[in-house]
Design a protein around this ligand. Structure first.
Ligand code: NAD
Length: 503
């Protein structure tokens, strides 16, 4: 039996189970359909087959979940940190125990290839362990004595929070947001993306089996304009942590304004990977391929703009085209697959439209540019060359398996091109010149800059973007800035010397 057949066989009972139960909401510890009784279908990117029906929730369900999260908040806030830590570790154990199921379901629901997703569940477990170990210090503060005061600072959890996640790597991103919220002592209402809701359902089952009290974490499925919107507008939800597109972020900002929501945004990118002629070009090419095409290019940190120095551009682009032609496009559950089908027919059409725009604007389609036939949402890995920095394919996030190659002459030119987009999430730099690397890292407008390496996530470091790529940072202690309030307490230590009025 091939590895693919083996994986399909393991997936089958999970598919049967979810097809039978549907993907319900989970509020106050109980699975439940939407109050209206409405459903929509989630479909597999591979063949457009229906996976399951999903609760189509609206403001009634969100209100129910927000009320439950509000009621559960005081007890969870006051649960000893050692106990919260224990539960979060137990959730990590539960994720590890179901890692294979999570990986296979995630691939089927998103179209992402198993070679990447097989690690996603384990990374999700790591997120829970990392924040479990920080639960005990989350409320720590400083002592800042002044002449007549002992000033102390402490942090308290902000209250019930809303978490809204996208479809590209839903499991990992959900854990990344929910684990610190729970460690901080917040309760949660989670609205996963309508296009890939399956693993969020598995995750909440794991959390409650691990001993998380009912109502601390609630799951509400549905469309962004319905359930998502209601969550951002709800007066009892104190903050929204959102991962998704910039335009959606702007809408959420407006929706949250009347209730003065605290907002944390992880948005899109058009990340440059800059290759100078003195770089280790073989490794740089590996990095370009990996950062452009892994996860189908449906990745916020994707290096979707190659900036290559003119002196090496012909040879580098030729090698790039050859490697792109050789990418293994295939079934998401086949361990050999490097690029899988895209999430939806609409997204496939959007990526294909970018090919047309590239052609119209005068870029060369050096490889790819075609879509597959049949029911799956395939787009061939594509490289645009002869691209100018102001072309649409050099400016807009495509979020698919495409790479735009732009040539530069000097360091100043590379920097100007790199910074000339509305985005500022990551930048990748390949050069052997350490002085130049230092100069460039200072000047690049990006929340994360990687020099002579791919994007390797280290949880204590800050993750997030500048400009239109986001507001706020995840990781380390920065996550607690989202989910906690700083408090100052001043204790008099001497005669307070208060001016006497009305004497
Ligand atoms: P999206 O913005 O369309 O949807 C994200 C989530 O927002 C979904 O759950 C959706 O239902 C919800 N939503 C939509 N409209 C809403 C509204 N009016 N109010 C409240 N919620 C609403 O994004 P997507 O297409 O699912 O994901 C792709 C985008 O996410 C890309 O731009 C990508 O770069 C970005 N992304 C960023 C990061 C990061 O960490 N910076 C990580 C992954 C993805």
């Amino acid at each position: 039996m091939s590895d693919l057949d083996h994986n399909l066989r393991i997936l089958r009972p999970f598919l049967d189970r979810i097809a039978q139960s549907g993907i319900q909401n989970h509020i106050g510890g109980a699975p439940q359909p939407a109050a209206s009784g409405a459903w929509f279908d989630t479909r597999a990117p591979f063949d457009d087959s229906v996976i399951a029906r999903v609760a189509r929730s609206d403001s009634t369900d969100i209100d129910r979940a927000a009320q439950v999260a509000k009621t559960a908040f005081p007890a969870w806030r006051d649960t000893p940190a050692t106990e919260r830590k224990r539960i979060l570790h137990a959730i990590a154990d539960g994720i590890e125990a179901r890692a294979e199921e999570i990986a296979l379901c995630e691939c089927w629901d998103t179209g992402q290839a198993l070679r990447y997703m097989s690690k996603a569940a384990l990374r999700g477990a790591e997120n829970f362990r990392f924040f479990a170990d920080r639960a005990e210090s989350a409320r720590d503060g400083q002592t800042l004595p002044s002449p007549r005061l002992m000033n102390i600072t402490t942090r308290v959890p902000i209250g019930p929070v809303g978490i809204i996640t996208p479809w590209n790597t839903p499991f990992m991103l959900s854990t990344w947001k929910i684990a610190p919220a729970l460690a901080a002592g917040c309760t949660v209402v989670h609205k996963p993306a309508e296009l890939s809701p399956w693993t969020a359902r598995i995750l909440i089952e794991i959390a409650e089996a691990a001993g998380l009290p009912p109502g601390v974490w609630n799951l509400v499925n549905g469309y962004g304009a319905e359930a998502g919107r209601a969550l951002t507008e709800h007066p009892d939800i104190r903050a929204i942590a959102f991962v998704g597109e910039g335009q959606t972020g702007a809408a959420i900002m407006a929706q949250g304004a009347p209730t003065l929501k605290r907002l944390h945004f992880e948005l899109g990118g058009k990340n440059p990977i800059i290759v100078f002629d003195d770089a280790d070009l073989d490794t740089a090419l590996d990095a370009v391929m990996f950062m452009a095409f892994s996860l189908n290019g449906e990745r916020c940190t994707a290096a979707s703009r190659l900036l290559v120095q003119e002196s090496i551009a012909d040879a580098f682009e030729a090698a790039l085209v050859k490697r792109t032609q050789a990418l293994k496009v295939g079934h998401p559950l086949d361990p050999q697959t490097e690029v899988g089908p895209l999430i939806s027919a609409a997204h496939q059409a959007k990526v294909m439209q970018s090919v047309e725009i590239a052609r119209t604007e005068g870029a060369t389609i050096a490889v790819g540019g075609t879509s597959g036939t049949g029911k799956g949402h395939w787009v061939a890995p594509t490289v645009f060359t002869q691209a100018a920095p102001d072309m649409t394919v050099s400016q807009a996030e495509i979020f698919g398996p495409t790479l735009t190659s732009i040539r530069f002459g000097t360091e100043d030119e590379a920097l100007a091109i790199a910074n000339d987009t509305p985005y500022g999430l990551t930048a990748f730099l390949w050069t052997a010149n350490i002085t130049r690397a230092m100069r460039m890292t200072e000047a690049l407008e990006a929340g994360m800059v990687w020099v002579n390496t791919a994007n390797v996530r280290h949880l204590p470091t800050p993750f997030g973007g500048m400009k239109s790529s986001g507001i706020g940072r995840d990781g380390g202690d920065w996550s607690f800035d989202v989910y906690m309030e700083q408090k100052h307490i001043g204790l008099g230590t001497a005669d307070p010397n208060i001016p006497r009025l009305g004497v």
